[in-house]
Write a protein that binds this ligand. Structure first.
Ligand SMILES: Nc1nc2c(ncn2[C@@H]2O[C@H](COP(=O)(O)OP(=O)(O)OP(=O)(O)O)[C@@H](O)[C@H]2O)c(=O)[nH]1
Ligand SMILES: [Mg+2]
Length: 339
């Protein structure tokens, strides 16, 4: 290893992790900044922090996806209020694909979280999607690890453009799809294969009347026919109005029911394990491509390497395997890029 592990910064990272697990806001904020700090000098502290929070995932992670303008942010706004009424602490992470140029839009611009903005049980953060194609930022996973160590419910908002669903399922327990009640939309989504991923559908803007009821019926029919991620369960299709606060309680009930289902069936454990594997593979593929991954042996060797250390953070594994790939690649020729 090139750098000496800095014992003081590792101790500080562990102390910070303890405060995160107690739900201290200032600690959560500091920890999110720390996982977003990619400087090499900060590497050990960052990994020590993620390792320290890794065993204490207390919160449920929920992805909220759907077409632009479907009402995802408005719905999150309503969900935050509803969950606070039930005395649950809530975190919201918004991955904003439009913020590449500005380097980060303010979530507060999109959410009108009146009183909850100052509520100690609510934590909001937005992330730029950076250079990943329609997908998640590399810090989405680690940010969710921090938030779910601290809070009861953690939501991540992503725009449904196809690819993001396939990535977001690697980092969440439950995926909610917010549907626009517009004719033709659903056909498009079905064609894109997006409808197989969500665990729950919320047809928003029921205040628009019949068009919403029809969209819900169309969706139910489509779900009966199509391929589903969880073959044992038909996802409920709810209908409501995020703007008017209609259907929010029912949605929270379904989210809690799904959480119980994941725990009771053992599926939650399976999803976290598979998600961790997929997330590590995705990160390595982004950095080194298929060729780099092949340096770790076949798929079975890769899975064995990842599962050898189930208790350390995904990021620690990514770091260790990156070093291994780089050593292997350094032999025939030098790699380019990387940061
Ligand atoms: N009529 C009606 N309008 C709604 C409802 N929910 C949201 N809207 C409106 O729909 C528009 C988009 O809402 P957002 O919550 O920003 O939608 P979004 O899905 O987060 O949008 P992006 O983040 O840009 O993808 C806004 O003008 C909202 O006021 C609803 O229940 N009924
Ligand atoms: Mg939004």
């Amino acid at each position: 290893m090139p750098a000496d592990p800095d014992a003081a910064s590792i101790a500080a990272a562990r102390a910070l992790a303890e405060r995160v697990c107690r739900g201290e806001r200032s600690a959560i904020s500091q920890a999110l900044n720390a996982v977003d700090d990619s400087r090499a000098s900060h590497r050990e502290a960052r990994l020590a922090l993620l390792d320290a929070v890794a065993p204490s995932v207390k919160g449920v992670r929920i992805g909220v996806t759907g077409a632009p303008g479907a009402g995802k942010s408005t719905l999150l706004d309503a969900l935050v209020s509803g969950l606070r009424e039930r005395d649950r602490s809530v975190g919201v992470l918004a991955v904003d694909p439009s913020s590449q140029r500005t380097g980060g839009a303010l979530l507060g611009d999109r959410m009108r979280l009146g009183s909850s903005a100052r509520d100690a049980g609510v934590f909001l953060r937005s992330l730029a999607a950076r250079d990943q194609l329609g997908g998640l930022s590399e810090v989405t996973g680690p940010s969710l690890d921090i938030l779910s160590a601290a809070l009861d419910f953690v939501f991540v908002e992503t725009v449904g453009v196809g690819q993001s669903e396939a990535q977001v399922i690697d980092v969440v327990d439950t995926l909610v799809f917010v549907a626009q009640p517009a004719a033709g939309d659903l056909i498009q989504f079905m064609k894109a294969g997006i409808l197989e991923w969500p665990d729950l559908f919320f047809v928003n803007k029921s205040d628009l009347g019949d068009v919403a009821t029809r969209a819900a019926a169309e969706l139910r029919a489509g779900l009966d026919l199509g391929h589903r991620r969880d073959p044992d369960r038909v996802p409920p299709v709810l209908i409501g109005s995020a703007r008017d606060g209609i259907g929010i309680d029912a949605l929270i009930d379904e989210l809690e029911a799904h959480t119980r289902y994941l725990a009771a069936s053992g599926l939650g454990e399976v999803r976290r394990r598979e998600g961790r594997l997929a997330r590590i593979e995705h990160a390595l593929r982004m950095r080194y491509g298929r060729f780099g991954l092949a340096k770790l042996g076949g798929a079975a060797d890769f899975a064995a390497l990842v599962e050898a250390d189930p208790d350390v953070s995904a990021d620690r594994v990514i770091d260790a395997l990156s070093q291994r790939i780089e050593r292997a690649l350094a032999q025939p020729r030098e790699t380019s890029g990387g940061a």
